[in-house]
Design a binder for this molecule. Structure first.
Ligand code: HEC
Ligand code: HEC
Length: 556
């Protein structure tokens, strides 16, 4: 049965594709880029039957393509699905591992596209070429294309085949643009290949994390080898900066090519109940810097990968490190405010003079000091200039500094709900609900004195009361059919799927911050609560929504 289905489905496609493929062999002379020889016997055995090897061990197409682990995984899956390549799961894993390491992206190439692997919702129109987004960002994120590096010829062949297959019109300008911004041969890649390998990321890491709605966390991860030089076991302990919450997790990870950390971890005991339990099993996606001393990324879970930690890690240094400060903002004129500095190896004893926050902010005294935490009391002058401030702790060799760690503000001018536009999804028998955490972020108008301009200063989350307004509310029962917003800004769709979409304003009313008119500041975010079969890709959706709001749709 299974075989009949396959052959019925693909019999027309496979021979044609194979003929096309064989008819356009990669001739060495025509290929300006040197290509990467494939040394791995499994890749040669499994892929080399169709992607023929030349005398220098280079496999057709594969030797002139580079991609992220997600890119290689998708390609291998497609070969299995469409070209009847037969692989056991361990073989598929080994092939993806080899290609991701040897035909991967250099850290500098991978970093701008990390949002895709991190499953962050991002409006690509602001960062990428408009033609590229229009042509390649229509069905999936444009980042999917930019997770690959190909020669100019390789892009041309890929896009032409892709356009035939998915019936869209490719634009020669897009192909040329891809060849320019995602070239197979690059300085970044050459340098990365020539590097002295960094030691494996084993041992102790200092970790900071932020969870929307829950604030900041800090702690340590211990990494132990778990096979080969790229597989690891992890143990993590994180502590909330704002309350007594402690998160302990353990997991496993692979670090492809020394830079692409992909792992999975789980809490060892429940932290909270509900879908946003910080002990939930999560996928870990991180970018490891070229020097091997820093990593950053997202650990996420949820039906729509909508929940997670934003994580930054660094190797401890022999000197002091300032990791984070709490709180992250002070109002001008605030006297005797408590400032906590969290870090590693702070030099002790420490005096008030050892800590600086710039003009207008005086450290009055040290309340307590340990190697990992200093608590200081600060006075902010009434005429201190608002803006971001770096915090520095003097050490024997210089200082441990955190750029822009504290925002000094005179007043909160407005409140914005984050995310500004978002999606939540009703559940079904097969799919769990998609939820959404909101935050009310306070802003100061910035140096130009005008609110809602690019120089505005984010003051951080402000306490708020939450409510929702359903568009076209038909009867008093409408809200209950849509869902609920908790006192902490967590939206959960209703139990039953009403089989239709709802447009909702999520409204934050600041508890303490008031406007010039003396009324509490409010902000609102646009939320679509949709049915589980809604096929529109959430990331594309956000972009479309951005346009809709720009065109005044949000004003109704
Ligand atoms: C049975 C033949 C066959 C085998 C075996 C095979 N491929 Fe392919 N592959 C093709 C054909 C045909 C194409 C071109 C048509 C297409 O893209 O589907 C292709 C295209 C590709 C592409 C897209 C190339 C580009 O940049 O345009 C990648 C990547 C790829 N293969 C990877 C692999 C890997 C990795 C393996 C080994 C696990 C493999 N293939 C094994 C037949 C095969
Ligand atoms: C009409 C819809 C559509 C458009 C437009 C489109 N793609 Fe795709 N693309 C797809 C689909 C569907 C997949 C997923 C295939 C899969 O997951 O197996 C995909 C997957 C990909 C992949 C992953 C390839 C792989 O081997 O899994 C890349 C790279 C890609 N697209 C690049 C592009 C580029 C570059 C453009 C613009 C020139 C583009 N796409 C435009 C539908 C589209």
């Amino acid at each position: 049965m299974h075989l009949r289905w396959r052959s019925a489905r693909w019999s027309g496609v496979l021979p044609l594709a194979t003929i096309l493929f064989v008819a356009t062999p990669v001739s060495v002379g025509a290929q300006p880029d040197a290509g990467i020889a494939v040394a791995d016997s499994l890749v040669r055995a499994k892929c080399g039957t169709c992607h023929a090897a030349d005398a220098r061990g280079r496999l057709q197409r594969l030797s002139w393509a580079r991609a992220t682990p997600e890119g290689w995984q998708a390609a291998v899956q497609r070969m299995v699905r469409e070209n009847d390549v037969s692989l056991t799961p361990p073989e598929a894993r080994a092939i993806v591992k080899y290609l991701s390491a040897q035909h991967g992206l250099a850290p500098a190439e991978a970093r701008p596209m990390m949002y895709s692997a991190e499953r962050r919702v991002r409006d690509e129109t602001t960062a990428l070429d408009a033609t590229l987004v229009d042509t390649c960002g229509r069905c999936h994120e444009a980042a999917r294309a930019l997770s690959w590096r190909r020669t100019a010829d390789g892009w041309q062949q890929f896009v032409e085949r892709h356009a035939t297959r998915y019936r869209f019109t490719s634009d020669p300008r897009t192909i040329a643009h891809l060849g320019e911004i995602a070239p197979f041969a690059s300085r970044e890649w050459t340098e990365w290949r020539a590097r002295t390998p960094q030691p494996a990321p084993v041992g102790r890491w200092l970790v900071t994390a932020r969870v929307p709605g829950r604030g900041s966390f800090h702690g340590e991860m211990h990494v132990d080898p778990a096979g080969g030089d790229d597989e690891f076991r992890t143990r993590l302990r994180l502590q909330s900066v704002t309350d007594a919450t402690v998160v302990t997790r353990s997991g496993r990870s692979v670090v492809y090519g020394g830079t692409a950390w992909r792992g999975r971890s789980q809490g060892t005991s429940a932290v909270t109940t509900g879908p946003d339990d910080l002990a939930s099993e999560a996928r870990e996606t991180m970018w490891v810097a070229a020097d091997g001393a820093r990593a950053e990324g997202r650990w996420f879970w949820g039906q729509y990968e909508e929940l997670g930690f934003d994580v930054a890690m660094r190797r401890p240094s022999s000197d002091a490190t300032l990791l984070l400060v709490d709180p992250s903002s002070f109002r001008t004129g605030a006297m005797a405010g408590r400032l906590r500095l969290i870090g590693d190896r702070f030099p002790l004893p420490v005096t008030a003079a050892d800590i600086t926050l710039g003009a207008g902010v005086a450290v009055r005294r040290i309340v307590s000091a340990r190697p990992g935490e200093i608590v200081a009391e600060v006075d902010v002058a009434a005429d201190a200039v608002p803006g971001p401030r770096s915090v520095a702790v003097r050490t024997s060799t210089g200082s441990a500094t955190l750029e822009g760690a504290v925002a000094i503000y005179d007043r909160v001018d407005y409140v914005k709900v984050a995310p500004e536009s978002s999606l939540a999804t009703f559940g079904s028998r097969t799919y769990a609900r998609g939820v959404q955490q909101f935050e009310a972020i306070g802003y100061q108008r910035g140096a130009d004195g005008r609110p809602h301009t690019t120089d505005d200063l984010a003051v951080g989350p402000v306490p708020a009361a939450w409510s929702m307004e359903v568009f076209y509310e038909t009867d008093p029962g409408t809200q209950a059919r849509v869902g609920t917003i908790s006192p902490t800004g967590f939206f959960t769709p209703a139990d039953a799927d009403p089989g239709t979409n709802f447009d909702v304003w999520i409204v934050a009313t600041a508890r303490t911050e008031k406007g010039q008119d003396g009324r509490p500041l409010t902000g609102k975010g646009y939320l679509v609560v949709t049915v589980p079969t809604y096929t529109f890709d959430g990331r594309t959706f956000v972009r479309e929504l951005g346009r809709w709001i720009e065109e005044g749709g949000g004003a109704r």
